[in-house]
Ligand binder design. Structure first.
Ligand code: KIV
Ligand code: ZN
Length: 530
């Protein structure tokens, strides 16, 4: 008898697991994690270098920005498949098809909820109608592309006999991948194993599709459930960098990949991922989204390879494998070293950036070089982390959606004085400048009040976080903050060797995003997404 693994995706090399990255779609649904098109493109380029199999670039119907981003990623990415998400509606699928039409390997990913609770309360449809909708969706997607994925949303809470019917029907209609989502993160490894085994045992045409899994982390089990599914025969895992995603997030790509890599003895499977690019990409994603990775996060957290106890340090020095099951260099972690200084030229900068995986066009390189020179005047030693931060700034500034730019800032703070800030902003639409002054609890608070008045938007500071980008007294301070306006959150980040300036830069970025969000009548309603 053919094993489940052999049956799934028979055309694929035995034991090969496809990595489907959804950082740009499900990951971007993390509250406050919105990315502009340049940022998405840079992440997509890095995902291609990481060698994932499929990049889910967005949900084109959800907003014009999402459509543009999927189209831009489709234009640039040549090695990976580019997927666009769509509900089983004509409009959604046409929009998804238009967005991926120029991709080298286009995929349309259609989904329809199948669980009783979703059928009854969300879709208000009977079982037969759900099957009809799903089959029609796959058929329509198939009229545009060969590579069609179908997801029965909330599969883990769907009655198994009905799930079998749906999966069989969509494969018959031409779905080449069927993804089994644990949409609400309800499953457990044993339960998920039974679902996948059940499908292999009951879906007659299952050998004609790759079975995939997509697990959310509400119970902290997303990676464990994904790995259980692999053991039961799934051959595609959907995941995100740093485990970003709705609510508690999705299965983390770095954890899934390194578990499969480190425990080949258990899983007998492999991926095509170039593991050495994991850490740089994790940093890029946290820089661009403003969502920090917790210190003790597996694989990419600051403490993941730090040994505190003397007995551990001694063991690692004597023989690394006494306490380390992975080599930090295998995930791209290298000791932070001085890379460039005040006298380094444009050529040296370009070379270093290429080594880090950034291929910037001339205009962007000029911009990064200019900022690099300014930074080198303030800071003697420039590290990779500093360069990452500069690239992050340049990507952010590349967006044409900015309204305000900081021209100058002067603050007074200290003991026995009234904290005051004087700020000058330039309006990038008409190049006019406005200047104002305000007082506050401290110089940062004063500067924030002043900017809010000058920009003329009502926002509330919800979150503020400051940390050093590298070590040393002259380290750049990196500020991440979140503002709330009109019921939505807007993130901003800023970096400078001066922490007040870093705070103001972050605030202006978030204000610019809030202005776009408040204006846009087509704002993406994240809560409506799966
Ligand atoms: O969580 C979910 O069910 C999804 C689907 C669209 C795959 O994100
Ligand atoms: Zn999801």
């Amino acid at each position: 008898m053919t094993s489940a693994a052999e049956k799934s995706g028979a055309a694929e090399e035995a034991g090969m697991i496809r990595i489907f990255d959804t950082t740009l779609r499900d990951g971007e649904q993390s509250p406050g994690a919105s990315l502009n098109t340049s940022e998405k493109l840079e992440i997509a380029r890095q995902l291609e270098l990481l060698n994932v199999d499929i990049i889910e670039a967005g949900f084109p119907i959800s907003s014009p920005d999402d459509f543009d981003a999927v189209r831009a990623v489709s234009d640039v990415i040549r090695q990976c498949s580019v997927a666009a998400l769509a509900r089983c509606t004509e409009k959604d699928i046409e929009r998804a098809a238009a967005a991926v039409k120029d991709a080298a390997h286009p995929r349309i990913h259609v989904f329809c909820a199948t669980s009783a609770i979703h059928r009854q309360y969300k879709l208000k449809r009977a079982e037969e109608e759900i099957i009809k909708l799903s089959v029609e969706g796959v058929t329509q997607a198939k009229s545009h592309v060969q590579d069609v994925e179908f997801s029965p949303e909330d599969a883990s809470r769907t009655e198994l006999p009905f799930l079998t019917q749906v999966v069989e029907a969509v494969i018959e209609a031409g779905a080449t991948t069927v993804n089994i989502p644990d949409t609400v993160g309800y499953s457990t490894p044993g339960h998920f194993t039974r679902i996948i085994e059940h499908l292999f045992a009951t879906v007659k045409n299952i050998d004609r599709a790759v079975i995939s899994v997509h697990c959310h982390n509400d119970l902290g089990l997303a990676v464990a459930n994904s790995l259980a599914a692999v053991q039961a025969g799934a051959r595609q895992v959907e995941c995100t960098i740093n485990g970003l995603g709705e609510r508690a997030g999705n299965a983390s790509l770095e954890e899934v990949v390194m578990a499969l890599h480190t425990r080949r003895d258990v899983y007998q499977c492999r991926t095509r991922v170039n593991t050495r690019r994991i850490y740089p990409l994790s940093r890029l994603v946290s820089t661009l989204t403003g969502i920090h990775v917790q210190r003790n996060k597996a694989i990419v957290g600051e403490n993941a390879f730090a040994h505190e106890a003397g007995i551990h340090q001694h063991g690692v020095l004597a023989h690394r494998e006494t306490y380390e099951i992975m080599n930090p260099e295998d995930v791209g972690i290298t000791a932070s070293k001085l890379v460039l200084g005040k006298h380094s030229g444009r050529h040296a900068l370009r070379e270093r950036l290429v080594k880090m995986g950034y291929e910037l066009d001339d205009a962007m390189l000029d911009q990064v070089f200019e900022q690099f020179k300014q930074l080198a005047d303030r800071k003697k030693e420039i590290f990779d982390e500093d360069l990452e931060a500069l690239v992050g700034n340049a990507l952010e500034e590349k967006t044409d959606q900015r309204t305000w730019e900081l021209v100058s800032l002067q603050t007074i703070g200290g003991t026995g004085v009234v904290p005051t800030a004087t700020v000058c902003l330039r309006n990038l639409h008409d190049q006019s400048t406005v200047t104002g002054a305000a007082t506050g609890d401290g110089p940062i608070d004063a500067a924030f009040s002043c900017i809010m008045q000058l920009a003329g938007v009502e926002v509330e500071l919800k979150e503020y976080d400051l940390r050093a980008v590298t070590g040393g007294r002259d380290a750049q301070g990196e500020v991440h903050l979140e503002l709330e306006a009109g019921g939505h959150g807007y993130r901003g980040r800023g970096r400078s060797t001066d922490i007040i300036e870093a705070s103001v830069l972050a605030y202006v970025t978030a204000i610019n995003r809030a202005i776009v969000g408040l204006k846009s009548s087509t704002r993406k309603e994240k809560t409506a997404l799966p």
